[in-house]
Design a binder for this molecule. Sequence first.
Ligand code: AMP
Ligand code: MG
Length: 408
Amino acid sequence: MISPAEALALILDRVAPLAARGLALPEILGLAVAEDLRSAAQVPPFANSAMDGYAVRAADLTGATRAHPVRLQVLGDLAAGGVPKGAVGSGEALRIMTGAPLPEGADAVVPVEDTTRGGDWVELRKPTRRGIHIRLAGEDLQVGQLLVRAGQGLRPGDIGALAAAGLPTVNVHPRVRVAVLTTGDELVDVSEEPGPGRIRDANIHAVCAQVAACGAIPVPFPRVPDDRATLTRTLRMALEADVVLTTGGISVGDYDFMKDMLEALGAERVFWKVAQKPGGPLGFWMLGEKPIFGIPGNPVAAMLMVEEYVRPALRKQMGFAKLHRPVAEANLEGGWTGKAGDPRTTFLRVVARREAGGMHARLTGPQGSAILSSMLTANALAVIPGGVARVEPGDPVQLHLTEEAEDH
Ligand code: AMP
Ligand code: MG
């Protein structure tokens, strides 16, 4: 058996980012960029008004007071999208709207609220300063300025900046398509009333949701009974996807023939079994360039495996620079008692919260690998290293914060 860290290293060593392609802005939310993105334009492209008001020469208003306003002649109106017809001279003003280009000669904009209009003149009651309420050309973005670094996931704000900066398509890594297979004669669809000895297939929904939450595309397959021929047939179809994820049939039971079937198809075993609880019998294979994860069937174990091993692998394939969840240290309220001498790492589902004195975590309840209710309120995993049989109440433990995104 290998340690969780060794397992993760072996997986990440074998998976590579999918080839990048140019995609248009409406298609790139959440994807990682394949190269540094730089502005192709200056933003704003021209000096313009930041207010609805009057474009003036500041020098004209030097002596303006409430008692003795300065009266300027209004040359006309300029809306956003318009072009000034001429310059603003001394004693003149141009009515200007937010976003309209600043006319030659003007060096300040007086907000309309500070003015009194009458016919073709406007009165201004106080002095102004040069440059006020003017947005300068390029004050936001310069040509060539770095916008988004390679490996960063694109958020709505990034996409807005790319649009303003004149980048209609960008090179991004595509979403990974992940075939998800659940196996077991006992499984029925969630909409069915399970007959004697049967249970509902939780994994297909849980695992597909996890895959989607990573930004990848889950491709759910019809449930596979514990039957060699059907399993092989379904695996062959699943291998059309970029990654194959199977749950169940990976342990040492009489019907656990996932390993044999994968290897009969030519898959190379990278490892089987990780020294951890829940979820020991994780297997990882490569078939050519294609990663295949064989995950145990117990639902909590399955989800932990996806969280700890599959998610970083999918993120690497999708080109993200950051693969892992943020970590933190927390006091484990109530402590924990394990099995003395157990060399396996234990992953506990906890509710973590930040307080003034630091982070605190408490167990979500019973921690068995089939106890799905332990996932309901969890927002973090506490990682207890192998060999540690006891955590005293209030002792520090390491957390993987499963609800906090990495820095995109
Ligand atoms: P296995 O890994 O196939 O030996 O299954 C281990 C345990 O997980 C058994 O109790 C199975 O009934 C259960 N199990 C397997 N697959 C699923 C699934 N898709 N949904 C819910 N429970 C499952
Ligand atoms: Mg099974």
